[in-house]
Write a protein that binds this ligand. Structure first.
Ligand SMILES: Nc1ncnc2c1ncn2[C@@H]1O[C@H](COP(=O)(O)OP(=O)(O)OP(=O)(O)O)[C@@H](O)[C@H]1O
Length: 579
């Protein structure tokens, strides 16, 4: 929640709930302990303490230090309220963010730079595809059949796309036919173009052109994604495909000067890409009008609809001017779609939406070789160093659980002469962008990341993903390892399994490995069936949606509500790393 764009608004903001016992320590304790209880839908920023004024001060000073991010500190206490032994501090304004990112390159070569699809690209055609719902349009086999206009066709070709991937073959005609869609396809298999191309095609065919210098911009398409880096990546893809046309994509996300983004918006906007907080902020300021919205896209849709973001999504679709679901097209994409989220997603979609499943819903990318090493938490560091020594300069993402851990591991690796950088929610936006840039360019071939780096990021040549700490959610595991083995390339994931900490994940891991036809270590199988398996979180058979849940029992049982709420609570606990 720390990166929420609302930090810059007076009427909405972040909140932290702390208890005396858990926040009495360092700043790190405060920021990483209890914030899972945060509800993103809260409209005011507040801190909660137990009435210990010393503690209170610690909390405020923690916040002020954080407030230094983004170029200025501006923390005003809006009110102090006491309820019983609890004290609420309402903060009415957050830090002013002044960072202006460098403009994206105008150079055609860099706009269209891409990495090559891999040896397994053609194997995509062997993956089973299931489209459910009434009257789905037939799939296309080639981009020619998509009937793209000349400029779009040229841009697709300059991007190195020769043949559509399965999610594109089925998804493009579904979107072009005006149908709502929930699409699930493995990581790195081209979901972004599956929604961008038909939307841009339609906008171009209709002669959409951005209206310059209008105080309120009225985009025809809104795309939301959970992290700043991901939404920026989607924006760059949209900009690439719209190159040389009158359709203008714009991006808004937190951690960047609002004034800068308002000026950019005012130059015209047809396709607005945004993280939820900043998007709602722009709508609230009257800079974005919604009456012309024809397309609403939720990328990483299961994430956008889980407990962390659901209130914002409801606020977005309920915002003044937003066409009802009957009068807009709503598109949802992800590699994972748990059943409880599918059920919730139906609220946002027309009843006759189509469900497109490419391969196993929630399955791991089959091009990633998954290995597990059983290790205690104390031995992980040496294990990581040994692993990196053996892999040479392979571009590697190392996932850890906490922001502090990310910095700590990055420092250790640098000391050991592995050029390393890190990305997590406590880094300023310019640092995050620089870290990603250094990783992309190979200047730092090792990137240590928290879950903020788990979804959607498409970085060339990532050969290895290391789960230094396994996530506590199987979907997150699937997304993390999907940073490698993209677009038909092969990749490798090594996960450190700590029996003390990870036993609840064992059954889900066994299921994921089996479904990806990978070897399951005997000790992992034993752990999965030893009775130390999931006690509530990640119950594999219930959590996996084998298909469109509308297919009924064969498509998987609904989760019972207690499991759902436990999963939701777990997700919320992970929220601190998200936008
Ligand atoms: N038809 C195609 N031919 C060649 N390359 C493609 C094609 N479609 C997509 N790509 C490339 O494949 C890479 C992965 O695509 P994309 O990021 O859209 O995957 P994704 O399915 O959204 O992954 P994730 O689930 O991780 O978000 C990108 O570099 C993209 O440009």
């Amino acid at each position: 929640m720390d990166e929420w764009e609302e930090q810059e608004t007076a009427t909405s903001g972040t909140c932290a709930l702390t208890s005396h016992t858990s926040n009495a320590g360092t700043q790190g304790d405060f920021w990483s302990s209890d914030r899972g209880e945060f509800q993103r839908g809260e409209s005011l920023r507040f801190f909660l303490s137990d009435g210990d004024s010393q503690n209170n001060t610690a909390e405020r000073s923690s916040f002020s230090r954080r407030g230094g991010r983004g170029g200025g500190v501006c923390v005003c206490v809006g009110g102090i309220y006491t309820v019983g032994h609890l004290t609420f501090l309402f903060l009415t304004a957050g830090p002013r963010v002044t960072y202006v990112p460098p403009p994206p390159s105008e150079d055609e070569e860099s706009i269209f730079s891409h990495y090559e699809s891999g040896v397994n690209f053609d194997k995509y055609d062997e993956i089973l595809v299931d489209v459910s719902g009434t009257n789905p349009p037939p799939a296309i086999m080639t981009f020619d059949e998509a009937a793209l206009c000349e400029s779009l066709k040229r841009n697709v070709s300059k991007s190195g796309y020769v043949k559509p991937t399965p999610v594109q073959k089925h998804g493009i005609p579904i979107v072009s036919a005006g149908r709502d869609l929930m699409a699930c396809a493995q990581t790195g298999s081209g979901k972004t173009a599956a929604f961008l191309l038909p939307i841009l095609q339609q906008l171009m065919a209709d002669g959409a052109a951005a209206s310059c210098f209008s105080e309120t911009q009225e985009p025809e398409a809104i795309i939301v994604a959970p992290t700043r880096e991901l939404i920026n990546q989607i924006y760059l893809e949209a900009r690439k495909f719209a190159y040389g046309t009158c359709v203008r994509p714009v991006v808004v996300y937190g951690g960047v000067s609002t004034g800068h983004q308002i000026r950019d918006l005012s130059r015209g906007c047809n396709v607005l890409c945004g993280t939820p907080g900043r998007l709602l902020d722009m709508i609230g300021r009257g800079k974005v009008g919604l009456t012309k919205v024809r397309y609403l896209v939720l990328d990483e849709a299961d994430r956008m609809l889980d407990m962390g973001f659901e209130p914002d999504m409801r606020r977005l679709v309920g915002s003044p001017g937003m066409p009802s679901k009957e009068n807009r097209q709503t598109l949802m994409f992800s590699a994972t779609f748990p059943e409880d989220i599918q059920r919730l997603a139906a609220d946002f979609l027309k009843t006759d939406y189509l469900f497109l499943a490419v391969g196993i819903v929630g399955g791991a990318c089959s091009d990633v070789e998954q290995t597990f090493v059983q290790v205690t938490k104390f031995a992980k560091r040496d294990q990581l160093l040994d692993l990196l020594k053996s892999t040479g300069s392979a571009r590697t993402m190392v996932f850890v659980e906490t922001k502090r851990q990310a910095d700590f591991i990055a420092v250790i690796l640098c000391q050991e002469k592995f050029p390393t950088t890190s990305i997590h929610g406590d880094r300023e936006q310019w640092q995050r962008e620089q870290a990603l840039g250094d990783f992309r360019s190979g200047k730092c071939p090792v990137l240590v990341a928290t879950s903020v780096g788990a979804r959607g990021l498409d970085i060339p040549d990532v050969q290895l993903v290391v789960n230094f700490d396994l996530p506590n959610n199987i979907d997150e595991y699937v997304h993390r390892i999907g940073r490698t083995g993209r677009c038909g390339n092969t990749g490798r994931a090594v996960s450190f399994y700590d029996p003390e900490a990870n036993s609840e994940l064992a059954q889900s891991l066994v299921t994921i490995l089996s479904k990806a036809q990978q070897e399951v270590p005997s000790w992992l199988e034993a752990a999965a069936f030893s009775g130390h398996g999931p006690s509530g979180f990640n119950p594999p058979r219930k959590h996996f949606a084998s298909t469109d849940l509308r297919k009924g029992p064969q498509g998987g049982l609904f989760q019972d509500s207690s499991v759902t709420s436990q999963l939701a609570a777990q997700t919320a606990a992970d929220d601190e790393e998200w936008e």
